[in-house]
Design a protein. Structure first.
Lengths: 556, 114
């Protein structure tokens, strides 16, 4: 994993010192809020409904145990004993006091972390596949590329004041677990016919009020052309992107309004000009970065104990059925730790839970943790013989819920419980749906189903790409929940279709229950997932479950 | 014709803690909305807002927010403002943890204070 060099360390420390001075000047009155606001946002500090919120970057979702422990320490010392893992693989603290934030940033710097560029109109945390370097379907580890992009984009003088925020995701696997098609730039690592590494480059994806899937701007970009090409895209966007209207300022609108061909022509022309200015030093740096990501010393050990324990323990077996993913190394598994215990807040972990996960990563997981965009924590490298011990420890910490990829593994944004932009709450809806399906005891029968909830049109909860998406709105002073169906965030990405009128907070859980139980009645067989059934049958039968047959006819 | 003025309170976030505060009649900032000044005259509302905005090293984002007269002081008319008197609904943190009674109607909670 990447370790800061002297330059990184010096840069982050100097930014902490700079922000400390800015906070002091804000508190003593020398800076107004208008002057201070952009400065605090550059350091990830928001002001929300009930308190400040500090968003800490977890680059491409990768964490070391000492970093996770430091997050636990911060949660206890300066916050309220917990943190919230987000859909962009970051962590948010919901209760810091302004005067403590410089100390928090100092504590982050102690473990090579920061909150720089987690807000503002700049290149945000580069996200990646949470199974990177572990999944058996991977072409290459995307994290060195993500780290290269992070280094290049951090404090990049040309790209600190873009028309709007800018999000990049990289996947090294054909099975897209990084939602690349909903990013401003999506990079899919591929190899050409000659076997050389490169990227399929996607541009102009985004969710929010105008959801769009990214389009391919380059079928194959050689690896060494990456930074000049990304620079060309950002340069074109920086000039062509709209600054007159915040809601039309993302690159998806720039691409849409100019047309992909015209935008691409601009990018290619810039790229041709820029390419020769890149001496290749970036590739030398990439090679150094790759050394940081050398695979751990995997061990070869028998797995008989695991198989025997699994055979005799049905609860453990259920957990291994849902929470493990195939590892590329024989004898190993990828463990997903669910932060979605039924009834709990999706993505929240207490300081104690963070320490348990850190300890497990250290003892059994080659010292690696990942944050997934689905708001769970991953131990990417666990030998199967250690799984019973890992599971037992997780169970004790209430972290062994066997629900990864199921109905109750819900993505939910903070919503109006915390967020100043929200129009309705998300968390209680997620809690109630999970609790209800736990009571019904059907979620294993239902199988893979992704519910994603956003508390406003900005879509932090990715509702557009949920198999079932729920959008919370304020309808004449009452919380109202609109349902979309058929969304998909993977390589077969799709934007969900809006169903009919919204449901009140009291009605939405029942509506989702009818929908899911209805699906069980009409699926072809147990193999046909909710999404497959929706794709085969279209929205009508599902509308029927939601609204009843008569209302559907009326609405049409 | 301009729209009829509806009663308001001046609300903001505290500079250091970031939590919701309301302006009282005697120029204090309170964390208990019950103690806020309910302003029923538009001209007074604008003056009180100016007064609030003149305290940038105490509060952030002062604004006029709709409120109604309750039995023991102003109550919110919108659920967002009710949440600001309550804290998040997923944990007992924020205002509720400080022992303050939520005001207005919190959807899903039985006891209203309207």
């Amino acid at each position: 994993m990447y370790k800061y060099n002297e330059f990184d360390e010096g840069f982050v420390r100097s930014r902490v010192a700079q922000f400390r001075g800015q906070v002091e000047r804000r508190i003593d009155g020398s800076l107004t809020e208008d002057e201070f606001r952009p400065l605090r946002l550059m350091n990830g500090l928001y002001l929300q409904l009930h308190a400040y919120m500090l968003r800490v970057a977890v680059p491409y979702g990768t964490l070391r145990p000492d970093q996770m422990r430091q997050l636990a320490y911060i949660a206890e010392r300066w916050d309220r004993g917990y943190g919230h893992f987000t859909t962009r693989q970051n962590i948010q603290f919901n209760w810091p006091r302004l005067k403590d934030v410089p100390d928090i940033l100092e504590a982050l710097a102690d473990v090579g972390m920061h909150a720089i560029q987690t807000s503002g109109n700049c290149v945000r945390n580069v996200t990646s596949d949470h199974f990177a370097a572990a999944a058996d379907d991977e072409i290459a580890d995307p994290r060195p590329i993500a780290e290269l992009l992070r280094q290049w984009s951090t404090d990049h003088p040309e790209f600190q004041f873009l028309p709007r925020k800018f999000k990049i995701a990289v996947t090294g696997s054909p099975n897209d677990r990084a939602v690349t098609k909903s990013h401003d730039i999506g990079l899919r690592m591929i190899r050409n016919a000659a076997g050389e590494p490169g990227f399929e480059v996607l541009v102009g994806g985004g969710l929010g009020r105008t959801p769009m899937l990214a389009q391919v701007i380059r079928d194959f970009l050689p690896q060494e052309d990456l930074l000049p090409y990304v620079e060309a895209i950002l340069g074109a966007y920086n000039l062509k992107g709209r600054r007159d209207n915040k809601y039309k300022a993302r690159i998806k609108i720039t691409v849409f309004e100019n047309g992909l061909d015209a935008f691409k022509a601009d990018v290619e022309e810039r790229f041709a000009r820029l390419r020769s200015q890149w001496s290749g030093v970036d590739q030398d740096i990439l090679a150094q970065i790759e050394d940081h990501f050398a695979p751990p010393a995997f061990r070869n050990a028998p797995v008989d104990g695991f198989e025997a324990f699994r055979a005799e323990n049905p609860v453990f077996r259920a957990w291994t059925d849902t929470n493990l993913h195939t590892h590329k190394v024989e004898g190993y598994a990828i463990v997903s730790i669910s932060l979605k215990k039924h009834g709990a807040t999706p993505g929240d972990a207490t300081a104690d839970q963070m320490r348990v996960m850190a300890d497990l990563a250290e003892r059994y997981g080659h010292g690696e943790l990942r944050v997934s965009h689905e708001q769970n924590i991953i131990l990417p490298h666990v030998h199967k013989s250690d799984l019973p011990a890992v599971w037992a420890a997780l169970r004790e910490a209430e972290l062994a819920t066997a629900n990864i990829g199921l109905v109750s593994d819900i993505i939910a944004c903070p919503g109006m419980d915390y967020c100043a932009l929200a129009t309705a709450r998300s968390i209680p809806i997620a809690q109630q749906i999970a609790t209800r399906f736990d009571e019904l005891k059907v979620e294993h029968e239902v199988g893979p189903l992704k519910i994603k909830i956003s508390g406003c049109i900005n879509a932090c909860g990715h509702h557009h790409v949920g198999h079932i998406g729920i959008l919370g709105l304020d309808k004449a002073g009452v919380e109202s929940y609109q349902v979309t169906l058929g969304g998909d965030g993977t390589e077969t990405a799709a934007i969900g279709e809006k169903m009919g009128p919204g449901f009140s907070a009291d009605e939405i859980v029942g509506a989702i229950e009818r929908l899911v139980l209805g699906y069980l009645e009409i699926r072809r067989d147990e193999e046909e997932t909710f999404l497959d059934a929706f794709r085969r049958l279209g929205p009508e039968p599902f509308k029927g479950f939601l609204y009843g047959a008569k209302e559907t006819a009326d609405a049409a | 014709m301009s729209r009829r003025f509806t009663p308001k309170v001046v609300s903001a976030n505290h500079l250091i803690e970031g939590d919701a505060v309301w302006l009282t009649e005697d120029d204090r900032w309170t964390r208990d909305m019950a103690q806020a000044e309910l302003i029923e005259d538009e001209a007074v509302a604008q003056l009180r807002l100016l007064f609030a905005k003149g305290q940038p090293s105490v509060v952030v984002g002062a604004e006029l927010v709709d409120a109604a007269k309750g039995s023991d002081g102003p109550v919110p008319t919108h659920f967002r403002e009710a949440f600001r008197t309550n804290g998040p609904t997923n944990y007992v943190l924020g205002k509720r943890a400080e022992g303050l009674k939520p005001r207005g109607h919190i959807p899903g909670q039985e006891a209203d204070n309207v």
